[in-house]
Design a protein around this ligand. Structure first.
Ligand code: PGA
Length: 254
């Protein structure tokens, strides 16, 4: 069994509304994150703000991420941002297939192309998966299997360990409650079974899987101790340096 590293990803979405606020939040997080050991922190601001942090030093403990990328490396496409541009902005991790983007039309096939582009250019893709309905008949498990195999269809086995899977059940995103640690545990066991069946045991054991959906300082302990995950993807609370660094501290100790 390989020892997987812990990671916490902050997804600011389309927030905050001013660069001044963005700088303040970023500084507050970075100060603490660079002091903690045992956890890698990835902050994903809106792409427009990444230039504000170009003078910062990124390394093993603290990384800059993005929330999207164009699925091609060339060709005209109004409004898109390419992997080369993200690289120039010191971005190392990119969230793809977030449910909010899937709701805007991002299909598994596009996610697969984005993952392939990112891996070719040396990034770590954070591939979001997650069911809309957690039904008692277990239909959601088949949905997850299909989403994993289709979204990762273009990834070679030797690139698999550069990929992070973010399990984000849609019904827990922006909600009042996260999934319980025990339920997260059951689902991640199933995700690792899919990875074992489709790829192999080594990949299944070594891949990083994080949970996302209403993570906060009060539920992080349960998620990390019962959930058997390698970290979390945090939305709302990644905009509060205090809450986010509380979460980081718990993850670093787990
Ligand atoms: P939330 O968002 O933490 O606000 O639920 C998580 C996400 O959408 O990634």
């Amino acid at each position: 069994m390989s020892k997987r590293k812990k990671i916490v990803i902050g997804n600011w979405k389309n927030n905050p509304q001013t660069p001044e606020e963005a700088k303040k939040i970023f500084k507050g997080i970075m100060k603490k994150a660079t002091l903690l050991s045992g956890v890698e922190t990835v902050v994903c601001p809106p792409t427009l703000y990444t230039g504000l942090f170009s003078k910062e030093k990124f390394g093993a403990k603290f990384r800059l991420g993005a929330q999207n990328v164009f699925h091609k490396t060339e060709g005209a496409c109004t409004g898109e941002i390419t992997a080369a541009m993200l690289k120039a902005a010191k971005v190392s991790h990119v969230i793809i297939g977030h449910s909010e983007r899937r709701a805007l039309g991002e299909t598994d096939a596009i996610v697969a192309q984005k993952a392939a582009v990112l891996l070719r250019e040396g990034f770590k893709p954070i591939i979001c998966i997650g069911e809309a309905i957690h039904d008692s008949e277990g239909e959601y498990l088949r949905f997850l299997e299909n989403q994993i195999t289709s979204s990762m269809a273009l990834i070679q086995n030797n690139n698999m360990l550069d990929v992070i899977i973010a399990y984000e059940p849609i019904w827990t995103i922006g909600a009042e409650q996260a999934m319980t640690g025990n339920d997260i545990y059951q689902t991640t066991l199933y995700i690792r079974k899919i990875l074992r069946d489709v790829y192999n045991q080594t990949i299944s054991d070594a891949m990083t899987i994080v949970y996302g959906g209403s993570v906060n300082p009060s539920n992080i302990q349960d998620i990390m101790t019962q959930g058997n995950v390698d970290g979390v993807l945090v939305g709302r609370d990644s905009l509060s340096p205090e809450n986010f660094t509380n979460i980081l501290t718990v993850v670093s100790k787990s």
